[in-house]
Design a protein around this ligand. Structure first.
Ligand code: SER
Length: 871
């Protein structure tokens, strides 16, 4: 069976059992403050489990793109070393939201594995939660045990501890006991020697967990207590790549048709055969795995960067480049060349790869280039560290500095050191690393209290498309404490006019008015899953009142002008540059807007002009705002609405139209493009390979910008004595300046010539050397010219000049070539030694060298010491 068949059969098995097939949610999360990436199939369904949202379909089946590289589930360091962990993997799942529970989940999983996929029942083991005697005091999952006992022999049921058989998504949230299904892929002989049961959960590469059936029945609260969920649910997750390994009769995930084509391509590019040595095999697996994680993230709109999710992606890509560089002898960028084959193998199931192939390649190639440069710089720095080392063991802190400041990988440092006969003080490195982790951990630590629920009314309505004020009731609140923001409160109301940050648009600010007249500021609004959270510094004294909440109208209006302008800009770029332009990110603030898009070259001045004019023409055209708050997704797309990759859309969507610009959008907008007043681009530049960024302003900000520019112009005119034509005046000033510069240069040359004559008379003969050490008033270039000119007229010359320029000291030493040879003198050594008098250093060649320093008062002493070198 090919992997494509396996994926399809899984989905249709559950479709036959009345499950609705739903698409994978994006792998990169946008509106979830608790997670950067989808790390399990259940992430997109969290709200159903918590009871905050009612599921429309009670049974669902899907394959979810997951990434486990940060937070509670982090497999990054395992990947490549073994044959069955991945950064990005597909998780096949069937789901019940308050519908069927353990009985069906268990029965169907067995039916699928043994009857449809025909896995030999003798190869399978199942586990059941044994209970825990810690604070949770949970008993054995007897129900699951009895259900399994009815289908499998008892010796195949294994009792599992809390670590393996109680699934929790994070420190807080839905959780419950689980049953894992493990498959034993060893040969008959090996099975006869060692029982499979003893190898379950023992990190054996051929006895692996393939499916996890989680029975969600609790919610873990902030104080650690468990509360029973309002309804019981099923969350199952099957590792697609492991299932393929089991069904395709191979011994490693990397030998399945999911990875094989990629590995063949790596072999072709690097000339390293898979299966030759342990080291190169690990490297090949790392590269094969990481290209998937990175490509899928870029397709989801997450580019490598220096912060947050982007930083994680950059680290994964760099890990792969490093392995390629160190173990596969990759000489230049190579990862980007794998995108082609990846798209061939996975592009049918995940069309985003196909549609964005070119962009993914460009971004990866550019990242590779810049990281390879970093590696080169790092190698130079490492050489310096080695050159100045006092012993054969290199200080761990120095290695940490290389790692931290220059991104130079520690394993590469260790490798190079060992090749050169040095060792690394690993403990010192670890210590420095830990210290840094502690620093950043305490800076980002947030503690959240449990929600205090005041009313069971969990349906929350956003009324902010229509009104900016409303009377509301508090549904729940909690206290959140962090080092950065101090103590804050998060409030959820039954309805709200406050827009929560999302789709690039910032969250509303405003205030809450208590009936007694007290006012509490709402400093931000964010979305957490499906809830709109208002951030305040205080809580109202009495909580069960009706409050008036009011959005800051000015900020909202300015933000709306920028949001609508963003849509017009998107349209303008596609018209002016071409349909390859796609939105890659946006930030809509009250003061400015930022728009990232795919395009391969810098915009010309003419193009920028054309884009500006296009947008301004639509502003002048006073196009009305036309919205449809509930259109079936398919219909919206057919009507030509622009959808974004990596965004999660529901079955019905909201469309926003201004003239020919139509987008799927949840944000707020002006009622008429005329309200934007004017649009002005302030900058255009590159963010990554193939991604450009435009920053622009609208409405009041444009007025401020024009006024500011006008003020500057008036000031310039004033400085120019009220010149009528400041451009002409500045040009003639520049011409005059150039002329004067030339004249000064000539005068200085004249001066040097005269000086030369005087100095020649001052030469003193010492031991056959024509010697002079003197402080003079010339700049570095002047002194150099003077020294060489004097050298042309005079043999056996030794000159040491000192000069003071702009508070700094300069020493300059000239020695005739015949003296360098006959008296073994070296100007470089001399200035380095004398440099200490002026608190500086320098160097150069044996016949001419200079030293700069910060202590001009030391010049005299340095000059006095000069004679010592020849007498
Ligand atoms: N949530 C469970 C897991 O990730 C099952 O889907 O293993």
């Amino acid at each position: 069976m090919t992997s494509k068949d396996i994926r399809r059969q899984f989905l249709s098995f559950f479709e036959d059992k009345k499950h609705k097939i739903v698409p994978s949610a994006p792998m990169v999360l946008k509106d979830d403050p608790t997670l950067l990436f989808t790390n399990a199939g259940m992430v997109q369904f969290k709200e159903y489990f918590l009871g905050n949202t009612i599921a429309k379909n009670k049974r669902v089946v899907d394959t979810q793109k997951c990434l486990r590289v940060s937070g509670k589930h982090n497999d990054l360091e395992e990947v490549g070393k073994d044959t069955y962990h991945h950064t990005m993997f597909e998780m096949l799942g069937n789901w019940s939201f308050g519908d069927y529970f353990k009985e069906e989940a268990i029965k169907w999983s067995w039916e699928l594995l043994t009857e449809v996929f025909k896995i030999d029942t003798d190869s399978l083991y199942v586990s059941v939660f044994e209970g825990s005697d810690d604070a949770d005091k949970l008993g054995l999952d007897q129900e699951a045990y009895d259900l399994w006992k009815a289908i499998v022999p008892e010796d195949r049921i294994i009792m599992g501890n809390k670590k393996d058989n109680f699934w929790e998504m994070g420190d807080q949230g839905p959780c419950g006991p689980c049953s894992e299904i493990h498959v034993d892929l060893r040969s008959k002989e090996e099975k006869a020697k060692v029982s499979g049961a003893s190898l379950v959960n023992a990190d054996h590469p051929l006895v692996v967990e393939i499916w996890n059936l989680v029975f969600m029945q609790y919610n873990r609260k902030a104080d650690g207590a468990l509360e029973t969920l309002p309804a019981k649910h099923v969350d199952t997750g099957m590792g697609f790549e492991r299932l393929c390994m089991a069904l395709q009769g191979v011994k490693s995930n990397y030998d399945t048709d999911v990875f094989k084509p990629i590995i063949r391509e790596i072999e072709a590019i690097t000339n390293c055969k898979y299966g030759k040595t342990e080291k190169t095999d690990i490297a090949i697996r790392v590269v094969a795995d990481h290209i998937r994680a990175v490509s899928f993230s870029i397709a989801d709109g997450q580019l490598p960067s220096n912060t947050g999710a982007g930083y994680v992606i950059r680290r994964i890509l760099r890990r792969a480049i490093r392995y390629g560089f160190t173990f596969l002898s990759a000489k230049g960028p190579f990862m980007y060349r794998l995108v082609n084959i990846l798209t061939d193998t996975m592009g049918d199931a995940f069309v985003e790869l196909k549609e964005q192939k070119q962009l993914i390649e460009n971004v990866i190639k550019e990242e590779e280039h810049s990281f390879l440069n970093t590696l080169e710089q790092g190698l130079v720095l490492l050489d310096q560290v080695i050159a100045s080392a006092k012993s054969k063991e290199i200080d761990g802190r120095k290695a940490f500095e290389l790692y931290d400041t220059y991104g130079f990988p520690i394993d590469l440092t260790a490798l190079i050191l060992s090749e050169k006969g040095y060792s690394l003080d690993e403990a010192g490195f670890e210590k420095a690393m830990q210290e840094q982790k502690n620093r950043s951990k305490s800076a980002s630590e947030i503690s959240k209290d449990d929600w205090v629920v005041l009313s069971g009314d969990s349906e929350q309505e956003f009324v902010g498309y229509d009104v900016l004020e409303a009377n509301v009731k508090l549904v729940k609140y909690r206290k959140v404490t962090s080092k950065k923001a101090g103590e804050q409160f998060q409030l959820v109301f039954n309805l709200t006019p406050f827009y929560a940050e999302g789709g690039g648009q910032v969250g509303d600010k405003g205030y809450l008015e208590v009936p007694n007249g007290d006012v509490i500021y709402i400093i931000d609004t964010k979305r957490e899953n499906n809830e709109i959270i208002h951030f305040t510094k205080n809580l109202p004294k009495s909580l069960n009142e009706t409050f008036r909440v009011v959005v800051d109208k000015k900020q909202r209006n300015r933000t709306e002008a920028n949001h609508t302008a963003t849509h017009l800009l998107h349209q303008a770029l596609r018209e002016v540059l071409g349909k390859h332009v796609e939105q890659k990110g946006s930030a809509v603030h009250s003061k400015y807007l930022r728009f990232d898009f795919s395009h391969f070259s810098k915009l010309t001045v003419d193009e920028l002009h054309e884009v500006e004019n296009f947008v301004n023409a639509r502003i002048e055209g006073q196009l009305p705002f036309v919205e449809n708050r509930s259109v079936p997704m398919q219909k919206a797309l057919e009507e030509g609405a622009m959808a974004l990759f990596g965004e999660k859309y529901g079955d019905t969507v909201r469309t926003v139209r201004f003239g020919q610009s139509m987008e799927l959008c949840g944000g707020t907008h002006v009622k008429n493009t005329g309200d934007i007043w004017h649009f002005k681009i302030k900058s255009e530049g590159a963010v990554a390979a193939g991604i450009r960024r435009i920053e622009a302003i609208t409405s009041d900000a444009v007025k401020d910008f024009f006024e500011e520019n006008n003020k500057t112009l008036l000031e310039i005119k004033e400085v120019l004595n009220n010149a009528q034509d400041p451009v002409k005046s500045v040009s003639s000033l520049q011409e005059e300046n150039a002329k004067l510069k030339k004249e000064v240069e000539n005068l200085l040359k004249e001066k040097a010539k005269n000086l030369k004559g005087d100095l020649q008379n001052e030469l003193q003969e010492v031991n056959g050397v024509q010697f002079l050490a003197k402080k003079i008033d010339l700049d570095a270039a002047g002194i150099k010219d003077l020294s060489f000119e004097m050298g042309q007229n005079q043999d056996n010359l030794f000159l040491l000049f000192g000069t003071e320029q702009n508070g700094k000291a300069l020493l300059s030493c000239y020695i005739s070539k015949e003296l360098v040879a006959s008296k073994d003198l070296n100007a470089g050594t001399i200035v380095r030694e004398l440099g200490k008098f002026i608190q500086g250093g320098g160097g150069g060649q044996p016949f001419f060298a200079t030293a700069g320093g910060k202590n001009p008062s030391g010049i005299v002493e340095a000059l006095e010491k000069a004679k010592g070198y020849i007498s």
